[in-house]
Design a protein around this ligand. Sequence first.
Ligand code: R7I
Ligand code: MG
Ligand code: MG
Length: 325
Amino acid sequence: MAAAHASPQRSAEERVDAGAGALLGTLLGDAIGAPYEGAAATSPAKARQRAERALANAPLRYTDDTQLALALGEHLRDHPLVEHDALAEGILAVLEPWRGYGGGMLALVDEWRRGRPTEEAATAIFPDGSFGNGAAMRIAPVGVRWADEPWRLGDVAARSASLTHAHPLGVDAAVAQATAVGVAAARGRFGADEVAYVAQRAQQRLLGELLRTARSLLSDHEADADDAVVTVAEILGTDVAAQHSVPTAIWAAAAAGDVAEAVTLALALGGDVDTIAAMAGAIRGAADGAATVPGDWLAAVEEPDRVRALGEALARDALAGDASP
Ligand code: R7I
Ligand code: MG
Ligand code: MG
């Protein structure tokens, strides 16, 4: 077994709670962020009002981010190393287009439905594959399942991404997000050192540079200062491209003290809010655990019990050891 991220080891109970936290962080960020997808960047104080307004409209539906995280998580229970054809079938079985999917993603699943082999379909819409953040937004389950084995985590994350987001940046950013969730789950913390760890593992130069910038912005700015978040949004980006949203989410996770604050920072960053909030929430949830998530937030969103149970099951699978053939 490869060296674990963990030092020192968390208890089994903490790890199971971290698994639940990672998936619940995805759900909360997605469902609370969705009403603000496309909003302008603002201050953390105004973002707290955004959160309150969203919560007042409960029950809040989740979007494609959580729907696909659930599909990937359920796939990992039976296929811990990810198999493209079976994952494509799992996605086709649950996909509800009204949840707000990317245009390229919907065109891609049409190719699958027409019987196009998954290998070919991955570059049928965008010739180099998609660099959208769709592979990263759903990837928390891989981080939970392979938190103890960084090399396998990277390999499985890349395979889970390349089915739909074969562009090198789409894959590499998804690996970075999975690595962030994994290291947070294993260590029980996610701060500047962990951002540096994720940056070190980036293969694509642009992504590595943006992650190092995210790391330096942590010490340059007080996250709660009025204009700080707007500046981070301008420097790192907040759009649907994986390279302009994964480093941003990783910054938010490291700048925040808990899941609620991570989601609130994403609400302040604006742009692809549901996705940045889902990714930041997943990392913070893995570090801090489900026990730290506000109960009134959980009560406001769709299917928290199902999401929690899947996160716990994946963490237990991880603790049971290597399930590869
Ligand atoms: O990545 P994807 O699943 O979209 C995820 C986003 C999240 O914000 C969700 O919450 C949801 O709202 O959608 O979907 P894709 O269609 O693969 O990628 C998203 C967009 O990125 C595409 O529709 C394109 O606009 C852009 N894009 C590209 N543009 C040019 N060339 C992705 N890849 C390319 C490319 O290679
Ligand atoms: Mg979405
Ligand atoms: Mg989105």
